[in-house]
Ligand binder design. Structure first.
Ligand SMILES: [Zn+2]
Ligand SMILES: [Zn+2]
Length: 370
């Protein structure tokens, strides 16, 4: 085992430097994960530009690796140990509250940096806290007793397991939150990794039609949406999306709208409200905006619309995402488009943000790659 661990540390907004940390002393109830893949998503782009904590942070919250060392009490608790490949949820839970007992670790206050200054969450927690290795942009990550891990099926590669996060969000938001099912009509706005994962979840559930919107910059992603099962794609720069949705649904509108856009302002929500069917449709929102001027609440209530919030994933959704990956039903390897090494974390995040590289869908950070 090496004596030091190299990690990419965010030291200021949009600034990363490589640092060495001493290899932590693993307690009997903890473990050490040798990192294989850290997925990068839109949240990283936002947190890189406007960090939620000022202290230095090893980012990387969608992590897959192999357990390199595990204390006996860790093995007893988790039933997993040295040599096991695992997907690590970014939530570090208390395992005592009601949310934790429900497998809803995302709602546990022990992992919520908004209300708990000592919260632990991979990719969000200061590397000055004990054990230091609280993010995936590093050669190793520390796993405490209260981490939330899932065994990766044997036939799923580390790269593929790297998309477990968007896929589990797809299952959570489309199937659990907005109840997409057999013959549901669905509008998915935004064909990034998140939108494409919703396509897969909706297709598997039997939804029809599945309509996906994007901009003219998203041509390759919209093609991929079709490959994964979208029935119609709309380029909002070339066509009026509301007109097209109305036409496709024979004037009815859709049952469910899932907003998977980034930085699009109020437009996706307004389109969503208009595109939903006459009564009792469901709209999933991202909540990027702190305020929504002139929100059409009258129209919303007259159409009896339910709003759901996109807020991560439950334990069960991750298990199903891993099963979905193992099934090989969809060519999900087409999503993993870009790979970078530890020295290129800055570029990797900017690629997700659309500043560099072309046709980016999902970016994998491989900490051991030269
Ligand atoms: Zn993410
Ligand atoms: Zn809890």
């Amino acid at each position: 085992m090496p004596e030091t661990v190299v990690a990419a540390v965010r030291t200021a907004p949009r600034t990363t430097e490589l640092r060495e940390f001493p290899m932590p002393e693993i307690p009997s109830d903890g473990a050490l994960l040798k990192m294989e893949v850290a997925g990068i998503c839109g949240t990283d782009v936002k947190m890189y530009a406007r960090p939620v904590v000022d202290a230095p942070v090893i980012m990387g919250h969608e992590n897959v690796g192999t357990i390199a060392e595990a204390g006996p009490d860790f093995v007893k608790r988790h039933g997993l140990g040295e040599g096991d490949r695992v997907f690590v949820e970014h939530y570090v839970a208390c395992y005592r509250c009601e949310w934790c007992h429900l497998g809803e670790y995302r709602h546990c206050e022990a992992t919520d940096w908004r209300t708990n200054p000592d919260a632990r969450r991979y990719g969000y927690t200061s590397c000055e806290k004990p054990y230091h290795l609280w993010g995936g942009f590093a050669q190793y990550m520390f796993l405490p007793w209260n981490c939330v891990i899932h065994k990766v099926p044997d036939n799923v590669s580390a790269e593929l397991a790297g998309i477990a996060t968007p896929l589990s969000n797809g299952i959570e938001w489309a199937l659990y939150d907005t109840k997409v099912g057999f013959m549901s009509s669905v509008l998915i706005q935004g064909p990034g990794q998140q939108g494409l994962s919703q396509v897969v979840a909706c297709k598997q559930a039997g939804a029809m039609p599945i309509i996906v919107t994007g901009t003219s910059r998203d041509r390759a992603r919209l093609e991929l949406a079709k490959t994964l099962g979208a029935d119609f794609v709309i380029d909002v720069d070339a066509e009026d999306p509301l007109e097209r949705v109305t036409e496709i649904t024979g004037g009815e509108g859709v049952d469910v709208v899932l907003d998977c856009t980034a930085g699009a302002g109020v437009t996706p929500v307004l389109l969503g409200i208009d595109a939903l069917k006459r009564r009792a449709g469901t709209l999933l929102v991202q909540g990027e905006l702190a305020k929504f001027p002139d929100f059409p609440i009258k129209q919303l209530t007259e159409k009896a619309i339910t709003i759901k919030s996109a807020r991560g994933h439950s334990y069960r959704a991750v298990e199903l995402a891993l099963e979905q990956l193992a099934s090989k039903r969809f060519p999900l390897e087409l999503l993993t488009t870009h790979e970078f090494g530890l020295a290129d974390v800055d570029r990797a995040i900017r690629a997700v943000g659309g500043e560099v590289e072309e046709d980016v869908v999902h970016v994998s950070l491989l900490p051991w790659r030269e």
